[in-house]
Design a protein around this ligand. Sequence first.
Ligand SMILES: NC(=O)c1ccc[n+]([C@@H]2O[C@H](COP(=O)([O-])OP(=O)(O)OC[C@H]3O[C@@H](n4cnc5c(N)ncnc54)[C@H](OP(=O)(O)O)[C@@H]3O)[C@@H](O)[C@H]2O)c1
Length: 283
Amino acid sequence: MTVLVLGATGKTGLSVVDALVARGVRVRAASRNPGPASAGVEPVRFDWADRATWGPALREIDGLYIVGPYALPGEPALVRDLLAAAPHASRVVLLSVLGVDRLPDVIPMAVWEADVRASGKEWTILRPNWFQQNFGEGFGTLLRENGMLALPAADAELGFVDTRDIAEVAAAALTEEGHAGETYILTGPEALMYDQVVRVLGEAAGRELRYIPISADQFADGLREAGLDEGSITWQLGLFRLIREGTNALVNDTVERITGRPARSLKSYASENAALWGSGPQA
Ligand SMILES: NC(=O)c1ccc[n+]([C@@H]2O[C@H](COP(=O)([O-])OP(=O)(O)OC[C@H]3O[C@@H](n4cnc5c(N)ncnc54)[C@H](OP(=O)(O)O)[C@@H]3O)[C@@H](O)[C@H]2O)c1
């Protein structure tokens, strides 16, 4: 069996590659700047924006893991076109997001979901909660450099999920029977406020880290100063509105039900990655 993993160098894709290789699946690992080859892994250049790259990536695949073209919001039909260009791929897993139906349609993720459902393939849609791995890049850099994280999340809770658990569910859906036609909401084992999260990360790193709740307007101003376009700002504000409304406090047992073991905790992610937040001016 050969599976094409899109976004193979990203937060979920890297782990999806590992999880498939562990199951003895041949993987084609796709991104614009592919990583190195390794046992069972053939890197391939794939760019959503360059259809000339699609054919070689899609050749003779049986399954497909899709991280959609979220940076190309003006082209909502790309996922539909890719599915049509992959007649041999009988199984497909789409990475979506918890609360997709209540988010602004700046990123056409609901359209991608509809296209996957209408594809005629054995599809599985994953709607994860926020990733624990967000504290590795992005938020992690802010914590390391400033010792604090300022977000418009008030004191809402989130069931942060480890991307390795998402990947193991994706690998199960791509290689086992019984997952076709399912939409899985994936969460970690507990709901935590940002205040609690940064405390866990700080304890692991041996330094004090702080969470500062800010308003949505303050957050948007910061994103504008950082050069983000208005569409991306609208998307980010939508994500944080859902958080404040309590949507992301959801915790369920889907990871455990599918993988046969409990979802990884934020505490274990923190202790494995303590070096990420340990340096910086306040270390
Ligand atoms: N972060 C969260 O908490 C969270 C929660 C739920 C859902 N999500 C969803 O997760 C998705 C992101 O997935 P991720 O975090 O696994 O990926 P990621 O870490 O954002 O990495 C993106 C991947 O896609 C590749 N890529 C970027 N632009 C591309 C293009 N034009 N053509 C082909 N490949 C391209 C990148 O590699 P190259 O740059 O080399 O191409 C990289 O491998 C988003 O749709 C987001 O909404 C995120």
